[in-house]
Design a protein around this ligand. Structure first.
Ligand code: HEM
Length: 412
């Protein structure tokens, strides 16, 4: 079996996933943290597992956690910050109630209205480096865009958004290239500061509602249904948390993939120049399938003995559905290792499947479309400034993304 979770795997996990799909499609594996989990790599098994309600999202079902009383999974600092009651950690009926409430506020129409603002933000960020002829697209583009976008949507005042940027950077252990990383305990402290800020903001918006998403969440709760202030804070937090690193990686991985596939890039640029936006939409879906932001769906735990792909899983055992492997399964996709921006009927699992299907997909698609098309339009000869094997990938388990993406281009 090829080694998992080393440097080479981080740079290109797809050969190892191809091996697993073929030889051990449901495989018990020791993770770098020491926890043992089942990895599910075939498309059909992955889709079925994502929809299987016997797989709980609630970490109390993890036998190791209950045996030792100490969480090994989840967001660092999250337990102490009391933000656990968010969508990705709960099951029906609580999940159904909370998801219905947030869906009332976070509607596709509200997202669509937001497009001019995303365009403005994107142009402003590119203005910041266009004259220089070089940039780190993670640090200066992919990282700030989603955090400012979601802050705007939530209703975080402009003057506080840089604090959010710093806390989010801390939570991602993101720092400027060449500068030291965050101090020990910094992640927990950043989560706590964000929690306290959100609690206060929710309080203020309750007194003085506005047209923003937080006010929408509060309003939705005031119409008969019950959304506590803690639930609203957890909801705002998960929107930030789930919508942030994912979108950074969509822009980062997507740009990197396009730079490495010049023919497909030309196809897209030609379509955009001809005013045809149809290809842009299928391109974003294909980039999600080909090298998506979420390598594995978040933790699931068997609430009872069950089978996946004919393999027995005992109650309490953790299951990780490997979206990146499923989305390259030749049993589902023709030529899965080939990037085809025109791919039709692309039923990739990049946004998950079932009741936890990504709530933010319309916003992610909007940001992906605007960021990629604007970048290609404004920096037509943008190219990698270093050989691809010098790029470093973040070592996390759930997400897949680059630490830096140095590029050069003719100064504009
Ligand atoms: C759930 C992917 C952007 C909010 C998910 C899941 C995936 C995913 C795979 C399901 C996880 C699981 O079942 O374990 C992505 C990708 C994105 C993206 C690839 C960007 C390209 C966003 C954005 C937001 C968001 C922008 C919000 C602003 C959520 C929420 C959930 C979720 C709230 C939990 C839904 C639930 O449990 O009912 N996302 N996401 N996501 N996503 Fe996204």
């Amino acid at each position: 079996m090829p080694p998992l979770f080393d440097w080479e795997f981080a740079a290109d996990p797809y050969p190892a996933y191809a091996w697993l799909r073929e030889h051990a499609p449901v495989r018990r594996t020791r993770l770098p943290s020491g926890v043992e989990a089942w990895l599910v790599t075939r498309y059909a098994d992955a889709r079925q597992a994502l929809a299987d309600q016997r797989l709980s999202k609630n970490p109390v079902h993890h036998h190791e956690r209950s045996a030792h009383g100490k969480g090994k999974v989840g967001i660092p600092g999250e337990r102490s910050a009391n933000l656990m009651t968010h969508l990705l950690n709960i099951d029906p009926p609580d999940h159904t109630r909370l998801r219905r409430l947030v869906s009332k506020a976070f509607t596709p129409a509200r997202v669509a209205e937001f497009e001019p603002r995303v365009r403005e933000l994107t142009d402003r960020l590119i203005d910041g480096f266009a004259a220089r002829g070089e940039a780190d697209l993670i640090h200066e583009f992919a990282f700030p865009l989603p955090i400012y976008a979601i802050c705007d949507m939530l209703g975080v005042p402009a003057e506080d958004q840089d604090d959010f940027r710093d806390w989010a950077g801390m939570m991602l252990r993101h720092h400027k290239p060449g500068e030291p990383g965050p101090p020990r305990g910094g992640v927990g402290r950043a989560v706590k500061k964000m929690r306290n800020y959100l609690a206060e903001l929710i309080h203020r918006k309750r007194e003085k509602p506005d047209e923003d998403l937080i006010s929408g969440l509060i309003r939705a709760s005031d119409h008969g249904e019950h959304l506590t202030e803690n639930e609203a804070a957890a909801m705002a937090f998960i929107l930030l948390f789930a919508g942030f690193e994912t979108t950074v990686n969509l822009i980062g991985n997507g740009t990197y993939t396009l730079l490495g596939n010049p023919r497909q890039r030309t196809l897209l640029c030609d379509a955009l120049a001809a005013g045809d936006d149809g290809l842009l939409a299928t391109a974003v879906e294909e980039l999600l399938r080909y090298d998506g932001p979420v390598e594995m769906a978040t933790w699931r735990f068997a609430t009872e003995p069950l089978q996946i792909g004919g393999v027995r899983i005992a109650g309490g055992e953790p299951v990780l559905v490997v979206l990146a492997a499923a989305d390259r399964d030749p049993a589902k996709f023709d030529d899965p290792d080939v990037l085809d921006l025109r791919r039709r009927d692309n039923q990739h699992l990049g946004y998950g499947h079932g009741i936890h299907y990504c709530l933010g997909a319309p916003l992610a698609r909007l940001e992906g479309r605007v960021a990629l098309s604007t970048l290609l339009h404004r920096l037509p000869d943008v190219r990698l400034a270093v050989p691809p094997d010098e790029l470093r990938w973040r070592g996390g388990l759930i997400m897949r993304g680059l630490r830096t993406l140095p590029v050069e281009f003719t100064p504009q």
